[in-house]
Design a binder for this molecule. Structure first.
Ligand code: NCD
Length: 348
């Protein structure tokens, strides 16, 4: 991990991305776009291997011996349940201990310390810092800071405001990959994403990753005020990804191989108001369910509200609880990759 170059801001985005890797390995996970198709396949294989090993006591003991001398810090200053707990569980599977800072009020930031100084201090005790932060760009600044200060520690973006959530996208695509691996793979599939596409970082990140696959088609259904932002649409266009948009999800449901539902992201009401939006028709009602292909899978990053009624849980196409479990294994693979015990796990 060398020094970050002067003039970082003037670099092309792809050159920026390459700074967060070294010798063919990710050092920091800041942007979803950092994952190549090859990297995704490697991480998914590793996740499968780890979860197979974990089914036996000997295998679980082997995994626990992988990183007993490494520590993870969870720096989460925005609410989280799944991301927080699944990183903790993933670290524990690999034998790492974890600590947490979940409020700027209880850290030295309350005494006027800058957030970067706080993170510098965390890095003195920890090897991996997972950051969930309300504003975009903070994980990126921390990773650059680590490079400048030659701190050989790793930043993982655990959700950066409305912008990015790379590890959620990783687990979402891992879920789709597992599902379709027995049915011809992800290439060529049609995915429908529904809901608050303007403010949902999970959906934005998922689309970045889907663009790594061949011939994937993406349908977007959202209230007109909460449509996908132009930067992602330009990203899809540049990569020749065919997409369609509508205010009505029923235009697309019958053709979908997977449907990714999202909740209204009203915690961002102040920065992007949409209080008067009618969200009622972006919901998996019995009527919608009737129109779906028999093997279309139903996904949601959770937490859910009315958009996925509890009754849908018993539908054999529901996969959102599997997503939660897959998240833990995707994060095991990611941590093992960052801390270089991936080859050891693969050859066990
Ligand atoms: C997502 C998030 O935090 O962006 N949740 C998660 O990490 N599982 C989605 C959401 O909160 O709607």
């Amino acid at each position: 991990m060398g020094n970050s170059p002067d003039g970082y801001d003037k670099l092309d985005f792809d050159d920026k991305l390459s700074l967060f890797s070294s010798h063919g390995r990710l050092c920091h996970v800041v942007f979803t776009q950092q994952f190549s198709r090859e990297r995704l396949d490697g991480l998914f294989d590793l996740a499968e291997k780890a979860r197979r090993l974990y089914t036996s006591r000997i295998g679980a003991a082997f995994l626990k011996e992988c990183l007993p001398n490494r520590r993870t810090l969870m720096y989460f200053v925005q609410p989280s349940t799944r991301t927080f707990l699944s990183f903790q569980a993933a670290a524990a599977i690999l034998g790492m201990s974890t600590a947490q800072v979940t409020s700027q009020q209880t850290s030295s930031e309350a005494k006027g310390e800058s957030p970067l100084d706080s993170v510098h201090a965390f890095a003195m005790y920890h090897d991996v810092i997972v950051i969930r932060y309300p504003e975009p760009g903070f994980a990126e600044r921390c990773a650059l800071y680590f490079m400048e200060h030659e701190l050989p520690k790793h930043i993982i973006n655990g959700g950066s405001g409305m912008d990015q959530h790379p590890t959620q996208a990783l687990l979402d695509v891992y879920t789709i990959h597992r599902e379709f691996s027995r049915r011809g793979g992800i290439d060529g599939r049609r995915l429908l994403v529904v809901g608050d596409l303007a403010r949902g970082r999970a959906v934005r990140s998922l689309i970045y990753l889907l663009c790594k696959y061949r011939d994937v088609k993406i349908d977007l259904a959202s209230p007109p005020q909460l449509g996908l932002q132009d930067d992602i649409k330009e990203y899809m266009t540049k990569r020749n990804i065919v997409f369609r948009e509508s205010a009505s999800m029923t235009d697309f449901v019958a053709e979908a191989d997977a449907i990714y539902m999202t909740r209204i992201q009203d915690e961002y009401e102040e920065s992007m108001p949409a209080a008067d939006v009618d969200y009622g028709s972006y919901c998996l009602t019995p009527d919608v369910l009737q129109k779906l292909k028999p093997n279309c899978i139903l996904m949601h990053p959770l937490p859910r509200r009315e958009e996925v009624p509890i009754g849908v849980d018993s539908d054999p196409r529901a996969r959102y609880w599997e997503q939660v479990e897959n998240g833990m294994w995707a994060r095991v693979a990611l941590i093992a990759h960052l801390l270089e015990c991936d080859l050891r796990i693969q050859s066990a």
